[in-house]
Write a protein that binds this ligand. Structure first.
Ligand code: NAD
Length: 443
């Protein structure tokens, strides 16, 4: 099938590439000329495991193209995917300007039936706004071309995006159009060989499903973090508690890791957007407000421990930092807990020596060159002459370090672990002062 994808970010590029990989003829369009030039030269703008080779193969097979030309884009696909950003506005609401801009472009340039598929995460009622924007453009042209607007929220996880797209748990489609349903079934058939993963529903329910999923996941994290904060004050170990509760299949072990808070481009923004959506219908989303509050505070947990250990003034102190990305296997720094940490350390007069396997370029891009930030080539180099090690991301490569080397290299054997990677008893034997989340060192 011929498919156009607007937006070549994490969602758009993965969607376009995976659809091309199974044989669809895909044209990806972006307004960012540099991104498109890079893609046309085989340079992938993001780090996502497995993506680069898939893009290369699909381009070689002639099934994946990139453009900034809106006319070419609208002409190409009967299916027009919208996968552009929906960042938080000032009041926390989802900013729909990019989505509406794409809708207008489609309405302005289409010359035959189109299925407009919205993959961006958008508030309930956005499909109607997209519909209105297209209709307005068509009316201005005195055209009455037929089209359908479908909601098809994306559930991929950064760091495992290709696998998630190729083997989705479910493919949610909101539509009341038989024609659109037929097209979407055909489009996704290659991903349904094992069993039918399609879940059709009405458009509004599909839009809310995405927020409900992210809100649930964010709630799990804030829940366990709240328990961790309690455990700390009560002299309990949250990791033992986690094991104890996870054994109940109604709870499970998944996604209840305590730590220094959730980040990324989705959970913080989507929880805030949901609070805002609720306000719009005179409902107070108390639980979501608490989830957000707990998370904001949790992002400062490591800073609290650091002040507890070193005092308020951190002038002259240097901190080794392992992990910058908001989670492993991505270079995404949006709302990353490491940013809250670094900014607090700088404000208190400290320097940071950081290492991340893939997010250092992005960090440099965000913070530029500054005296109080040194990005190091290895995780060991980050330790040199540092007064303590801080861990913000649970990269696999950080899980079993050489503790003797760590002790020798740091000025003092102190670790602040925002991801609970190590066994406190073992670290005590090694002679470390070890601060982890919810494991006994009460603030
Ligand atoms: P992103 O910021 O990585 O990419 C968005 C891209 O859209 C950018 O390259 C931008 O230049 C482009 N763009 C903006 N306006 C455009 C236009 N008029 N025409 C063509 N391109 C345009 O965003 P993302 O992380 O891929 O997220 C996209 C949407 O998907 C968001 O709504 C997000 O909430 C949702 N989502 C994201 C993830 C994720 O893990 N990142 C997962 C599921 C859903």
């Amino acid at each position: 099938m011929k498919v156009t994808v607007f937006g070549t970010g994490y969602v758009g590029l993965v969607t376009g590439t995976c659809l091309a990989d199974v044989g669809h003829d895909v044209l990806c369009v972006d307004i960012d000329q540099k991104k498109v030039d890079n893609l046309n030269n085989g340079i992938i703008p993001i780090y996502e495991p497995g993506l680069e080779s898939l893009v290369r193969d699909a381009v070689q097979n002639g099934l994946l193209h990139f453009t900034t030309d809106p006319k070419r884009a609208v002409d190409h696909g009967e299916l027009q995917f919208i996968a552009v950003g929906t960042p938080s506005g000032e009041d926390g609401s989802a900013d729909l300007q990019y989505v509406v801009a794409v809708a207008k472009t489609i309405g302005e340039l289409m010359d035959g039936y189109k299925v407009v598929v919205n993959k961006s995460t958008v508030p309930v009622g956005t499909a109607e706004k997209v519909q209105a924007a297209i209709t307005e453009q068509l009316s201005a042209r005195k055209s009455s071309l037929a089209f359908d607007v479908v909601s098809n929220p994306e559930f991929l996880k950064e760091g495992a995006a290709v696998n998630d797209f190729m083997k989705p748990d479910r493919i949610v489609v909101g539509t009341d159009s038989e024609q659109a349903e037929k097209r979407l079934r055909e489009l996704y058939a290659p991903f349904n060989r094992n069993h039918d993963r399609m879940v059709f529903m009405d458009v509004r329910s599909a839009e809310l499903t995405k927020y409900a999923a992210n809100a649930m996941l964010a709630t799990k994290i804030s829940f366990i973090n709240e328990m961790a904060n309690l455990a700390e004050r009560l002299g309990a170990d949250i990791e033992q508690v986690r094991n104890g509760i996870g054994a109940d299949p109604r709870i499970g072990y998944h996604f209840i890791y305590p730590g220094c808070g959730y980040g990324g481009s989705c959970f913080p923004k989507d929880v805030k957007a949901l609070i805002n959506i609720a306000k719009g219908v005179d409902y107070s989303a108390n639980l979501m407000e608490a989830v957000d509050r707990v998370n904001q505070a949790q992002k400062s947990r490591l800073v609290d421990y650091i002040h507890q250990h070193f005092g308020k003034d951190l002038n002259g102190k240097t901190f080794a930092l392992w992990g910058l990305a908001f989670k492993p296997n991505t270079d995404d720094m949006r709302e990353a807990p490491s940013r809250v940490l670094m900014e607090a350390l700088w404000a208190a007069g400290a320097k940071v020596q950081a290492f991340d396997p893939v997010a250092m370029e992005e960090t440099q891009h965000i913070y530029g060159l500054r005296d109080d930030l040194k990005l190091t080539g290895t995780k060991e180099a980050a330790l040199e002459k540092a007064d303590a090690l801080v861990i913000c991301t649970e990269w696999k490569n950080f899980r079993a370090p050489d503790f003797e080397l760590l002790k020798r290299t740091l000025n003092a054997p102190v670790i602040f672990d925002g991801r609970n990677l190590y066994d406190p008893a073992r670290l005590e034997e090694y002679g470390f002062e070890y601060y982890a989340v919810g494991r006994g060192k009460s603030v």
